[in-house]
Design a protein around this ligand. Sequence first.
Ligand code: F6P
Length: 395
Amino acid sequence: MFLLTLRVADFIMAIVMGISKIGILTGGGDCAGLNSAIKWVVKTALDERLERERGVKYEVLGIREGWRGLLDIDLVSGSDARCCVEPLHQEMVRTWDRYGGTFLGTSRTNPYNPKNDQSKMVRDNIDRLGLDVVIAIGGEDTLGVAYKMFRDGTNVIGIPKTIDKDLSETDCTLGFETALNVITEEVDRLRTTAGSHRQIFVVETMGRYAGWLALEGGEASGAYIILIPECDFSIERVDELLLEGRREGSRYDIILVAEGAKPTGGVEFVRKDGIDSFGHKALGGIGDYLAKEIADKTRLNLRSVTLSYLQRGGAPCAYDRRMGRYFGIAAVDLVTRRDFGKMVCYKNGLISAVPLEKVIGRPSLVDIETEYDVERYNGRRTILVSEEKAKESAW
Ligand code: F6P
């Protein structure tokens, strides 16, 4: 009886307050921290206390496989929509933050593909589903689509994720810290083999055209040489550094190289020809090339390891779980304020939001003047900023 009264009260509240439907999707390469963000969007949106305070009742619809879910769904013929969308509830997402990947699935679908623009179909489906807003969790590509959708009249909010950390206006992109932990653990593992065999390991990381993964992964794991896309390198200089290390008594070395790095005068290495619907090449192969080139010249004993998708996998580290939580909550705060077209972000220790317009097409890259040692191909050895500068950038 009590339950029934509650349900009736809920129903009346829904009528009085009105229901707003939030769609949520994850797009692009998977990574750790996505499920945490989804969980906290759902929990914050459906929280009953917050619901009363906000005076709005939300429903959350999970969209499967990124923007593809809104393309594959056939709402005109009235067919079953469950392949593409699914209502999310608090109980369902209770444990999601502990798991890597994305329970909603993901894809690299570009509705604005210049060869076949299907963006209108996506917008029509958003309307047919009655979605008031779409929260897109993604990197440059997925958020780029979100930005165009917003420009074309759809309410959107972005949550930043990418192991590449190449989105500007935020110090955190979900997945990056977990990937750094993977790199550090794997390099630790390689050290024992390298030391036992007096080997040099060339370890290739992901990151596209941004060197953050290699640089910060190399700093965390204590790599001897770190090669990043922002600074073309000389193979002769790499040989020199390695031979110098040997003369100083090192038994083994670790070289971390970003997939987008290239030798001076060369071009980036690709795993396969062609480009995807966002215009990206499939980068990869520099590690193998480098190991062979250096071995040929120096006669040192080299091996190469490509960390590849291991960097995207596994359970999220504490930081990505926590940031997923904060980003999820902040995204619902934006929905409540009806402040659309923005990406939630973490900057100088604060969670806030920036217009997507300020993020898209302006990748965040390593500043080799201040963040890289171009002589020793490694992290900087002087790091302290002046008190004035610290004050300037504080909020
Ligand atoms: O953007 C994330 C990323 O993991 C890049 O570091 C890498 O170049 C790319 O995705 C790999 O893409 P795919 O999943 O299409 O192989």
